[in-house]
Structures are given as C-alpha cells and as structure tokens.
Ligand binder design. Structure first.
Ligand code: BES
Ligand code: MN
Ligand code: ZN
Length: 494
C-alpha cells in the first residue's frame, strides 16, 4: 500500500505550488523567517496579532505576501514548545487535503539547522497519517471533495540526512495505514480468509507467514475458537507473522496476539441492531498486530517478534453455539459459554495457548476490542491495560505516553478471578455485570503460563473515531501500532 502523499526532500523544480508552509515555534519572532522584505514582515506581524497566532502546536496562520512583483500565499504552522513537527504536518494536511492544491513546499528556515532533517521527517509523518482516507467505495464523489494534495517538498534540508531520518517514520506510517485499511474494510469484504490474503504479501518484506486453516485449528484442539466460528459461513484462520531481526535463530520472541473477529453479531446472544455495523472493527487488535509487524519489518528492527491473530466471524446460524454449551480449549481447560457475545476471550485463549506451546515467548501482549465496559470506564482517551508484571506495565504506560497511544492500568486479583467459576465446567466465559473488563482480563490470565510476563490491552474505545482528530479523519485510528513499535524500540531492541 502506498502512502497517500509523495514526500520529497528537495525543491519542486516546477515550482507550481501557490502556497509555502513555514513551521514556527510557540512565541516565534518574524526575524526567524526567511529573508522577507520589511513590508512582508510587518504584514505577518499584523496578521498574527489579529488572529492571536503565536505558534501553538497545530495552529495555522494564512497570509498573502508580495513576492517579486507577484504574490504568494504563505501558511505559518505552529509546532509549539515541544517540537511537535508531526502535529504541524497533520494540521497543514487537514487544511489543504481537498483544497485543490496538489503540492506544498515546506520551508524550514525557522527550525534549528541541526534539526531540519528530523523536523522534515516528523512533519511528513504527521502529514501522511492525516492524509489517509479510504474512498474506494464512493462512486459519486464530486471532484471538489476528492483529495487533491499529492506531494510535499522540503527544500531547505540535507537530502541524504532527511531520507535517513524518514525511513523509520515512513515504516511506521505504512504499518499504521495498513491497520487502518483493514479496520475500515466492511465485514463482507474482510473475513478471515481475505484478511489472511491481505497479509500474505508481507512475506516480500521479510516476514515469515504461517497460516492455520480450519482443519489445522481442529487438529490443534482449539475448541473455544472453533465454537465461535461454527455459526458463520466463513471459515476461521490463525495467522502468525514472525520477524526475527536479532540474528539469533534460537531466541525466544516477544509475542503480540490480536483479537480478529471480522464481524461480531453477538452470535445467538445477538447484539441489538443499533450500532451493530461498528462490529466490523472488532478485528482492531489483529489489525494492530499485523500493522506493527509490517512497520518492524520495514524498519528492520533488531528484535525478535511474533504476531499472532485469531480470525473468526461471530454469527448466529443454525450451527451456532448455544448459551450453556461447554467447549474444550486447546489448553485442556473447559469453558461454559454463558454468553456467545463474549467471544473475543474464547478466540484469544486458544491463540494464547498456541503461541506459548509453539514459540515459548518470554513476553506476551494481547490486543483486543474485548469489552464495551472498557469504553464505559475510560471513554476514548486511553486503552485499558492489565498485566501480571509491574515492569512490563510501566514500560507499556511509558510507551503509550511517548507514542501518543495512551494506556491506563486497571487492577486484577483473585477476588475477580473467582467470579468466573462455573457449576459445570472449569470456568464460565462471563462474570457478573460489574467490572466486566477486569473479569475478561482474568479469563485470559487463566491461559497464561507461570513464567510468562503478560499484558492485555482492551482497546475497544480506541480503534474507531467518530470524529476527526490530530492524526486521523473520522474512522479507523490505527491505535496500537505506534504503541507497540515504541515498546519494541525502547525495550526489545539490541
Ligand atoms: N466486541 C465486543 C466488545 C465491544 C462492544 C467493543 C462495544 C466495542 C464496542 C465483545 O465481543 C462483546 O460483545 N463483549 C460483551 C461482553 C459481555 C457479553 C460480557 C460486552 O462488552 O457487552
Ligand atoms: Mn461480542
Ligand atoms: Zn467482540
């Protein structure tokens, strides 16, 4: 998948662009800008004053200035006090994506010389994230609503240095946009088999791709995952992507595990109709896992990571599992299925067992749009974090803070665990109504081996946005990719 904008670290030789962009810091002074005439500087000062423009991150000021007997439009964009070049890039693209302009030239005169390469790369990163739009199902969109912006040119920068700085940013952007594409695709297009088809080409960038079909899942004994899948006409899959960039063939990987319910109707415990269309993004955990694997491979991370996705559709046909059914998990433990809508944990438990048995990971992080209760707790500001390891939890919170994909830790404990005891089987798949996100986490913990450091991220409130924000338009956010990429680079790379 190509990025939505072409990024050039050189001048636009055609110089067609009518608009020049000047990133500035909070409290900038006009003397930092390129050599403008005194008259131009006075115009900028006046316009800034009239608009209360001071260079706050992501704020814009548009001015038209005389230039060599002609005029040119300039856009000052703030990167604030914290060098938020990415937010500046995103703000510019939000403004000009469908403006009719095809290119913008970004002049880094007001950025410190030794920082221009990084600033350009970070600006471009924010720009491409904000520039993503999936319009492939629109056939009647008028031309003036279609994205026009195609290219960004950064001239005042060392081309070699900037390209080097851009490499990891572009890898990350590609991963995030891949995730967003998968999350956006509707359930009739994206189902377990087609999800896997989208991921097969990742072999070309060096990932090893392993796929288990239905027969192989049965062979492995994944009774819980198969119980969810049995009410759907779509066949389930397990997808495993490995990136070993350590150079050691026998290292124990870090495992990322994703819930990939390509559509969650609730099954026989059918969900209410209103809003059910949103359950196409119930594969957001799996989407994040494959997105980060793509990013890690593209930037050739020096880490050993395996990403595993449990892919199923949860539907209520005549063959569907019933409330009250007892299923046998791959671990050997049995589960009484009280509510067929608590399907994510039934999928994840078998995938967790499979990855521990086959890859002996030291660390496991699972990502899942697991509970509506998570959205009740944290809204759309933080993903929920549950862990059996203080250090891992701390590192995740830190990575969340620095990457922008924020996390908030919630408690676990035996009193919650007890709530899952069943009269007929080893456990029930749901607890009582209260603390629903915690009992879901406790359920998963029953499938984690003793010596394994594990964290569960309930990202139900994060994968889809009902309105545009700094780095995304309304729709899929790509949550989790930045987070895990950051976690790997902070903790698991040599
Ligand atoms: N995929 C849903 C969780 C969800 C709900 C995510 C709404 C985003 C928005 C999950 O499979 C589910 O249905 N969970 C149930 C669990 C309950 C039956 C214990 C829920 O949250 O209602
Ligand atoms: Mn459900
Ligand atoms: Zn679900």
């Amino acid at each position: 998948m190509a990025l939505p904008l072409n990024i050039y670290f050189k001048a636009d030789t055609a110089d067609k662009q009518a608009v020049k962009v000047l990133p500035v810091k909070e409290g900038f002074s006009v003397s930092e800008l390129p050599d403008f005439s005194d008259e131009a500087r006075a115009l900028i000062t006046l316009a800034a004053k009239n608009a209360r423009f001071t260079g706050k991150e992501g704020s814009l000021l548009e001015v038209v200035l005389p230039e060599k007997g002609n005029v040119r439009q300039y856009v000052l964009v703030g990167f604030g006090n914290d060098k938020a070049y990415d937010k500046a890039g995103a703000a510019v693209v939000a403004r000009f994506l469908t403006s009719g302009l095809e290119s913008l030239a970004i002049d880094l005169a007001a950025v410190k010389k030794k920082e221009t390469a990084k600033a350009a790369a970070s600006f471009a990163y924010g720009a491409v994230l904000r520039g993503y739009k999936l319009d492939n199902y629109r056939t009647t969109l008028s031309d003036d609503k279609k994205p026009s912006l195609k290219s960004l040119y950064f001239a005042e920068v060392d081309q070699k240095e900037a390209e080097k700085a851009w490499q990891p940013f572009s890898a990350l952007a590609e991963g995030i946009l891949f995730t967003r594409m998968l999350v956006t695709e509707p359930g009739n297009i994206l189902y377990p088999e087609s999800f896997v088809e989208h991921c097969k080409p990742l072999a070309e960038i060096g990932l090893s791709v392993e796929i288990l079909d239905e027969a192989a899942l049965r062979e492995a004994g994944m009774g819980a995952l198969l119980g969810v899948a049995q009410g759907s006409a779509r066949s389930p899959r397990l997808l495993a992507l490995r990136w070993n960039g350590t150079g050691k063939p026998d290292s124990r990987p870090v495992a990322f595990v994703g819930k990939g319910v390509t559509f969650d109707s609730g099954g026989i415990s059918l969900k209410p109709g209103a809003g059910m269309e949103g359950m196409k993004w119930d594969m957001g955990g799996a989407g994040a896992v494959v997105g980060v694997m793509k990013a890690l491979a593209l930037r050739k991370a020096k880490a050993d990571i395996i990403g595993v996705c449990g892919l199923v559709e949860n539907m209520p046909d005549a063959n569907a599992q019933r409330p009250g059914d007892v299923v046998k998990t791959m671990s050997g433990q049995t589960v009484e299925v009280i509510n067929t809508d608590a399907e994510g944990r039934l999928v994840l438990c078998d995938v967790l067992t499979w990855v521990q048995k086959n890859y002996k990971p030291e660390v496991i992080i699972d990502l899942a749009t697991l509970t509506g209760a998570m959205i009740i707790s944290l809204g759309h500001e933080y993903g929920g974090l549950f862990s059996n390891c203080e250090k891992l939890a701390d590192n995740l919170v830190k990575a969340g803070r620095s990457s922008g994909d924020a996390l908030w830790r919630l408690p676990m404990g035996d009193a919650y665990d007890k709530l899952l005891d069943s009269h007929i089987a080893d456990m029930k798949n749901v607890g009582p109504r209260y603390g629903g996100s915690i009992t879901a986490a406790q359920f998963l913990k029953r499938f984690i081996d003793k010596d394994v450091r594990w964290a569960h991220l309930d990202i139900a409130g994060m994968v889809w946005a009902d309105k545009a924000d700094t780095f995304w338009d309304k729709g899929a956010t790509g949550y989790g990719v930045r987070l895990l990429n950051q976690l790997v680079s902070d903790n698991f790379e040599k």
